[in-house]
Design a protein around this ligand. Structure first.
Ligand SMILES: Nc1ncnc2c1ncn2[C@@H]1O[C@H](COP(=O)(O)OP(=O)(O)O)[C@@H](O)[C@H]1O
Ligand SMILES: [Mg+2]
Length: 257
């Protein structure tokens, strides 16, 4: 089943300057797909268009049968519940605990007033505990977010996305600020979330080797256009050259290691 379909999407921040140009692709339910490409290629712009953090200038985005670009306020809230977002910097509230940060992800389901006073149901709390445990953070559950390591903070960010019970998780460079070992841990969690929970995952990644290892499919972006779409096994040195242009050499060396 097709979960997401992107048709002829373009984005201009500045009139006449295309950050994205005629983007077409679809994502099947249950896939884990990585978007790779050099800095400035349009990867973040693309993810942000998908859940309407920003509005595409042209085209159609169909998520789970719904035309995302036509949604009004309440419908948009519903959409954002179904699409969890994970960022490079986990965007946690520093002074709140792990538990409180995760419960924040639940706000889409509770009335704003209740959320403001931190009133969550017993079920919400149990669900948060379950997810926190799954992400290996039980011991840190009552610690302030700013006392955690970068990798732990990212796991809180993922937990906060998961408590929404999303159909799709969008992750924008989720390991860009982490060391290789924490990166591996985080990517293994994405794989688990995908395989065990059946949640579709779309990642922006700068690290080609990681993308190849963890993804069912790769989308290569350069200059706001899709320049490659295929299986990890179809990504050759020429492909990397095409996607990264002048930046390719360094990457090819890394992949070869
Ligand atoms: N808020 C913005 N206003 C104007 N231009 C932007 C904005 N955000 C990104 N851009 C431009 O859009 C292009 C794509 O950027 P981005 O999506 O951030 O690329 P990536 O995530 O692949 O590094 C770049 O040329 C960038 O300068
Ligand atoms: Mg980016």
């Amino acid at each position: 089943m097709t979960l997401l379909e992107v048709k002829n999407v373009s984005k201009e921040y500045v009139p006449g300057v295309k950050a994205l140009s005629d983007i077409n692709f679809s994502i099947q339910q249950g896939e884990i797909v990585s978007i790779i490409g050099p800095s400035g290629a349009g990867k973040s712009t693309l993810l942000r268009c998908l859940n309407r953090m920003i509005d595409a200038t042209e085209g159609e985005i169909i998520f789970d049968g719904v035309n995302v670009l036509k949604l009004k306020k309440q419908e948009l809230r519903n959409l954002r519940r179904e699409i969890g977002m994970v960022f490079q910097h986990s965007n946690l509230v520093d002074r709140l605990t792990v538990m409180e940060n995760v419960l924040h992800g639940r706000l889409g389901y509770t009335s704003t007033i209740k959320g403001m006073f931190g009133i969550f149901t017993k079920e919400d709390k149990q669900e948060a505990e379950k997810i926190i445990q799954m992400l290996g953070l039980s011991e840190q559950i009552n610690q302030r977010a700013d006392s955690l390591s970068g990798g732990q903070q990212q796991r809180v960010g993922i937990s906060r996305a998961l408590i929404q019970q999303p159909k799709l998780i969008l992750a924008d460079e989720p390991i860009a600020s982490l060391d290789p070992s924490s990166s591996r841990v985080i990517m293994d969690y994405f794989k688990d979330i995908n395989q065990q929970m059946g949640i579709t995952v779309l990642l922006n990644l700068h690290q080609v080797d990681v993308a190849l290892k963890y993804s069912d499919r790769i989308i290569g972006v350069n200059g706001g256009k899709i320049v490659f779409e295929g299986l990890p096994s179809q990504v050759s040195q020429e492909t990397i050259q095409m996607i990264y242009g002048a930046d390719a050499e360094q990457l090819i060396m890394n992949v070869g290691e």
